[in-house]
Design a binder for this molecule. Structure first.
Ligand code: NAP
Length: 232
């Protein structure tokens, strides 16, 4: 049975990815930091693994427990809207640690066995703001752009070792991450989407399943935009 680790699998996009991979027959490890996904683990027959991806020792410990994985989805994330001049050192460092350090640490651990077995697929969750830049989200946009750079460089390096590395750049997806927006703001955002609706966590999960599958066996180093046409 193939195995998959989804970071930040307890809620939102990560939880939908866990469900979708389980439906595809994967044994799924559901990483979380604070929200224990007991119910989700029971529902999909998966295993919850607590680990703060910002901490390299904890990431090493997590891989020590779960062993090798066939698919790694780097999804754990936080968001924050602030004027650039209001971003504090700790806002900046936390944004960087959660998204970039976390992705780097998890890729490094997962690749040890992927390179040995000459197979594996890594899928990093970026954002359309990493492609275009988002006002009042400069720190978020910067780390999401960093994830695109990491994906492309790593894809080139490990392709000869049989490992694929791709990236998904979601648009505006209805999860807890949008809880800071009012109903009116959400309606304004919806009006800007050419396909006429906000995205669902399942829209991203479907893209992950595709990139993880054999149907994507000739695809590496790519950024798959799942955004309803907002960025084309
Ligand atoms: P969400 O509903 O807020 O869920 C965030 C997930 O990340 C939770 O499972 C959370 O776990 C986990 N997490 C946060 N910090 C962590 C840490 N230090 N270690 C381990 N896990 C951690 O957000 P979402 O909307 O599903 O976002 C998932 C990913 O998609 C993020 O990378 C986000 O940037 C990206 N994205 C989202 C949107 C959107 O519109 N929603 C758009 C573009 C990109 P706990 O519950 O345990 O804290």
């Amino acid at each position: 049975m193939k195995t998959a680790l989804v970071t930040g699998g307890s809620r939102g996009i990560g939880a939908a990815v866990c469900r979708a991979l389980a439906r595809e027959g994967y044994r799924v490890f559901i990483n979380y930091n604070t929200t224990d996904p007991k119910a989700l683990a029971a529902e999909i027959g998966g295993t919850a693994v607590k680990c703060d991806v910002r901490d390299s020792d904890q990431v090493r410990g997590m891989f020590g427990k779960i062993g090798s994985v066939d698919v790694l989805v780097n999804n754990a994330g936080i968001a924050q809207q602030k004027l650039f001049t209001d971003i504090t050192d700790s806002d900046w460092l936390d944004m960087r640690a959660t998204h970039l350090d976390g992705t780097f640490f998890c890729c490094r651990e997962a690749l040890r066995s992927m390179i040995r077995s000459h197979s594996g697929s890594i899928i990093n969750i970026s954002s359309m703001w990493g492609q275009t830049g988002g006002s009042c989200e400069v720190h978020y946009s910067a780390v999401k752009a960093g994830i695109i750079g990491l994906t492309k460089a790593l894809a080139k390096e490990v392709a000869p070792s049989g490992v694929r590395v791709n990236c998904i750049a979601p648009g505006i997806i209805e999860t807890d991450m949008l809880s800071g927006f009012t109903a009116e703001e959400l309606s304004d955002l919806r009006a800007e989407v050419p396909l006429g609706r906000l995205g669902s966590a399942e829209d991203i999960a479907d893209a992950v399943v595709f990139l993880a599958s054999e149907k994507a066996s000739y695809i590496t180093g790519q950024v798959l935009a799942v955004n309803g046409g907002v960025v084309i």
